[in-house]
Design a protein around this ligand. Structure first.
Ligand SMILES: C[S@@+](CC[C@H](N)C(=O)[O-])C[C@H]1O[C@@H](n2cnc3c(N)ncnc32)[C@H](O)[C@@H]1O
Length: 272
């Protein structure tokens, strides 16, 4: 009888413990902690070192006027860094735990009003309003996204940790200093204005072939045709034709500027 009593007593204690454990408040659940190298939809998570984040934002010259986006935003550090500089930023991340983590981090940094995070597929994201992209993705991801990058407003800045975009030479490459481990190199690209096609330039016809920021083509006036070669830096254009250098700015279907050498003076062209 006494033995049975003891068994019942210990059973009662065990069930009390079980009831108490099952009613533990939700906040005592272990918080999500990301692991470097954890799988992601199209690329694993490896964080950009904070020194490199700052270098990327420096090279892109991020100011409060900017709208910064990160595709595959991980724990949100690029967007939170941009928001700390006063910019508005949106991160797109597939992993919902990472999205929630980045929202918490933005809250802790006091920038939740400027740093927003959405769960979604980076390939489906609307980036058309961004004028700065700050990312850490593989070349294969970047290559797939490249048409969207080229559709951004001319002179938008794209800064990338480490990886490059096939065929598109960076306008600037630099290295972060300090604690940046294996990820110190940053590439900066300016989205070039779209100038490929035929233009009326004075009495001449300017035919432009564009390969990212490089341009080649011809300037035909009267019976003469001269090869042109030049480059774009966002909306700024410069090319040589014969002995003259044409420098100016592109504004949609018009461009204009000054001629140095050759005939000299001003030039303007309109898209045919
Ligand atoms: C290399 S990490 C970069 C994280 C962050 N941008 C940084 O610089 O620290 C790439 C991130 O992309 C996310 N990712 C992978 N495929 C994705 C997709 N299709 N859409 C959105 N995010 C994706 C991963 O979950 C991971 O967090």
């Amino acid at each position: 009888m006494r033995v049975l009593h003891r068994v019942l007593q210990s059973l009662a204690v065990v069930s009390l413990v079980l009831v108490a454990a099952s009613s533990l408040p939700a906040q005592e659940k272990k918080p999500f902690e990301p692991v470097v190298g954890q799988s992601g939809k199209d690329v694993v998570w490896v964080p950009t070192p904070f020194a490199t984040v700052e270098k990327m934002l420096d090279m892109a010259k991020v100011t409060p006027q900017d709208f910064v986006m990160d595709l595959g935003s991980g724990d949100g550090r690029n967007i939170i860094g941009a928001a700390k500089r006063g910019a508005y930023g949106v991160g797109v991340e597939w992993n919902n735990d990472m999205v929630e983590l980045s929202r918490r981090m933005a809250q802790e940094a006091g920038v939740a009003d400027k740093a927003q995070f959405v769960q979604g597929d980076m390939y489906a994201a609307d980036i058309s309003k961004a004028n700065v992209m700050a990312m850490f993705l593989l070349t294969e991801n970047l290559d797939k996204l490249m048409p969207k990058f080229l559709d951004l407003k001319p002179s938008s800045r794209i800064v990338i940790n480490g990886f490059s975009i096939t065929g598109w030479n960076p306008d600037q490459t630099d290295r972060a200093t300090g604690d940046c481990g294996s990820w110190c190199t940053v590439h900066l690209f300016y989205v070039p204005a779209k100038v490929g096609g035929t233009w009326q330039l004075g009495q001449g016809t300017l035919t432009v072939n564009q390969n990212f920021q490089k341009i080649t083509g011809t300037l035909a006036t009267g019976g003469n045709s001269t090869s042109i070669e030049g480059s774009l830096n966002g909306e700024a254009i410069s090319f040589t034709a014969g002995g003259a250098t044409y420098a100016g700015r592109v504004n949609g279907n018009a461009m204009s500027g000054e001629i140095k050498g050759g005939p000299g003076g001003k030039w303007s062209a309109t898209k045919k």
